[in-house]
Design a protein around this ligand. Structure first.
Ligand code: DC
Length: 219
């Protein structure tokens, strides 16, 4: 069984996807981490992130795999490094490159062939797994997302005014939603969940009910 969870940054979808996978005892795939790994390789190479051909070359040669929840880039654990603000900014730029997307879509489908999972990203229900059994689009209003992101940053010792976090999220949403290739949008028949006023626990319960209810109904 494949369950897709797409949606913008700060919607809570990563936490929800992880908890849902634990509840259902299936694997969890963080596809954003894969885009981040390529962004890190680009940053380290000193290639300009908007140079499509050079970025395509890098994405075609790097090795990306997961070891449990660790992201391994060319044999090195880069799980912490891919969360830096520089990597965050570059990842949404290189994500518009069709070569990068094709490479990662193929990898994600290979991982999907290994069994049931909850997979989280921007295009999982629309492009990568259009036949997934359950599809969700998890979102929240910009202010709620910015406040959550601000709290996460503060926990890492980074203080930023909510207005600047909002502006960064808005720019990233715009890039993710307007790119020509696999833009972020709800898949057809996806259940849209607005988490602005809900706790993580409430969202997980809602998804579990939907999935178990759906599979009971299908029997
Ligand atoms: O979910 P995240 O913040 O870790 O994702 C980082 C960037 O990668 C995000 O700006 C958009 C891109 N991305 C994508 O285009 N498609 C995905 N399936 C996952 C992430």
């Amino acid at each position: 069984m494949i369950i897709t969870i797409d949606g913008p940054a700060g919607s809570g979808k990563s936490t929800v996807a992880k908890l849902l996978a634990e509840r259902l005892k299936v694997r969890f795939l963080d596809t954003g981490a894969m885009y981040r790994a390529i962004a890190l390789a680009v940053l380290r190479s000193a290639v300009d992130e908007s140079d499509h051909d050079a970025v395509a070359k890098i994405s075609g040669t790097v090795q990306i795999r997961f070891d449990g929840t660790k992201l391994i880039l060319n044999g090195e654990d880069v799980s912490s490094e891919i969360r830096s603000p520089d990597v965050t900014a570059v990842s949404s730029i290189i994500a518009s490159n069709p070569h990068v997307r094709n490479r990662l879509v193929a990898l994600q489908r290979e991982i999907g062939l290994q069994g049931s999972m909850v997979t989280e990203g921007r295009d999982q229900g629309t492009v990568v797994f259009p036949d997934a059994e359950h599809k969700f689009f998890v979102t929240a209003n910009l202010e709620a997302r910015a406040r959550r992101r601000q709290r996460e940053l503060a926990q890492k010792g980074v203080q930023q005014p909510v207005s600047s976090v909002m502006e960064q999220l808005r720019q990233r949403d715009e890039r993710d939603e307007t790119r020509a290739y696999a833009p972020m949008k709800p898949a057809e028949h996806a259940t849209i969940v607005d988490t602005s006023e809900l706790s993580i626990g409430e969202v997980v319960e809602l998804l579990v009910r939907r999935i178990l209810g759906d599979s009971t109904a299908a029997k």
